[in-house]
Design a protein around this ligand. Structure first.
Ligand SMILES: NC(=O)c1ccc[n+]([C@@H]2O[C@H](COP(=O)([O-])OP(=O)(O)OC[C@H]3O[C@@H](n4cnc5c(N)ncnc54)[C@H](O)[C@@H]3O)[C@@H](O)[C@H]2O)c1
Ligand SMILES: [Zn+2]
Ligand SMILES: [Zn+2]
Length: 382
């Protein structure tokens, strides 16, 4: 089959690789109809992870069940499904408590709990930017979708970014009526803004410097704040009459930068501590890593990020972090899509064939104007 393979820094290729096979009775093989490029893939693409060359990328996958192992009894060939990016066993202590993003059995990497398709340090699993994908513990992991092709661009967001944005809001402790500031208007930040609106925020601000992304934030009913035109903290304090916001969501990650593009991994955490009111909450879904050899400071190379912890403590704020347990939310979010209350597919900017993935990676990585969310279609829909 054809697949997108990591070849080295800023280098992916579409190559012939062996078809995946059933390796355990609880596996299924899914024929991919839609698979997305994610901001998380760019950490690998930019050479900022230890991902091995030859890995098939792609953790945002949906499609149709092609084959099931002898131990699979809920899924059937022909079912339309979306797969959480987390690969989870369903029976360990963390999985049974709803923390599928920290599954204790799926990742053999020393010191790492939780696994994913096609991702650095997240286990030996190939990704779904390919014609077919092997899905471990398939009965547990796959979420059923209505048959057909309707809502394809919305449902594909259930594999990662819509539940991740929702999780960021959940971690912030948001209550109806709260004011929320989301940093980052990439796909994850936009989904956090959409989630906060759906959950009854009185006002949502989204901070970024990319005008096309801020325009999308406004489409979801949020107020855009452009950090290239002035300090975002001052802008947010002015917009809230000096009170600040109740909740903040970090949807940028360790490659946070200033308007000139220089990286400061503590920048957004500092901004959030300053702009969230005392006793408010911060949800961090932007990724931070334990080692970052490509960082520009000695501390950051060891994953040490010296943010304003003193002020964070003094303000009595709380902070939640980590990979999102997609399965905790994807069923409810699916139903919000089906009834028309949620429309995450609004952010889709490009729908490409698998062969066009190389160009797609390059242009998405450059954050070219209008390249917000790229979907790959390895075959025909349905
Ligand atoms: N926790 C999870 O489960 C999970 C899941 C998916 C993605 N992620 C992570 O979430 C983060 C965002 O993902 P994405 O796909 O939206 O990525 P993205 O790279 O497309 O978006 C990041 C955005 O942040 C903006 N930005 C950079 N510096 C900023 C600053 N100082 N202030 C405000 N905005 C700033 C950029 O302009 C960009 O638009 C990434 O770190 C990704 O790895 C986490
Ligand atoms: Zn993703
Ligand atoms: Zn588990």
């Amino acid at each position: 089959m054809k697949a997108v393979v990591y070849k080295g820094t800023k280098n992916v290729a579409v190559e012939e690789v062996p078809d995946p096979t059933i390796q355990s009775p609880t596996d299924a093989i899914v024929r991919i109809t839609t698979t997305n490029i994610c901001g998380s893939d760019l950490h690998m693409y930019e050479g900022r992870t230890s991902v091995e060359e030859g890995k098939v990328l792609g953790h945002e996958n949906m499609g149709v069940v092609e084959e099931v192992g002898s131990g699979v009894d809920r899924l059937q060939v022909g079912d339309r499904v979306v797969l959480p990016f987390n690969i989870a066993c369903g029976t360990c202590r963390n999985c049974t408590q709803g923390w599928t993003s920290f599954c204790l059995r799926s990742n053999p990497t020393e010191g790492m709990d939780g696994a994913a398709y096609g991702y650095a340090n997240m286990g030996p699993y190939d990704g779904g930017q390919a014609e077919f994908l092997r899905v471990p513990w398939a009965d547990f992991n796959a979420l059923h979708l209505p048959p057909g092709t309707e809502h394809e661009n919305d449902f594909t967001m259930l594999s990662d970014i819509f539940p991740t944005g929702w999780h960021g809001v959940e971690l912030s402790g948001m209550q109806p009526g709260d004011r929320v500031a989301v940093f980052g208007a990439g796909p994850v930040g936009l989904m956090a803004a959409h989630s906060a609106m759906l959950r009854g925020a009185s006002q949502v601000f989204v901070v970024d410097k990319e005008p096309d992304r801020l325009a999308l934030a406004e489409k979801f009913g949020a107020t855009g704040i452009d950090f290239s035109t002035g300090d975002p903290v001052e802008q947010l304090m002015d917009a809230t009459h000096g009170v600040g916001v109740d909740r903040g969501v970090e949807a940028v990650g360790y490659q946070a930068h200033d308007p000139s593009g220089e990286e400061h991994p503590e920048l957004v955490l500092d901004n959030l501590v300053q702009v969230v009111r005392a006793t408010g909450g911060i949800g961090v879904v932007g990724v931070y890593v334990p080692q970052d050899p490509g960082a520009n400071s000695e501390l950051a190379k060891e994953g040490r990020i010296p943010f304003q912890y003193g002020q964070f403590f003094t303000k009595g704020q709380s902070m939640g972090t980590g990979q999102a347990p997609v399965k905790r939310y994807n069923r409810q979010l699916r139903d919000l899509i089906i009834t028309g209350r949620a429309n995450p597919g609004l952010i889709v900017s490009h729908e490409l064939t698998l062969d066009e993935a190389v160009d797609g990676y390059e242009r998405f990585d450059n954050r070219e104007d209008g390249w917000t969310k790229v979907l790959l279609r390895p075959g025909t829909l349905g």
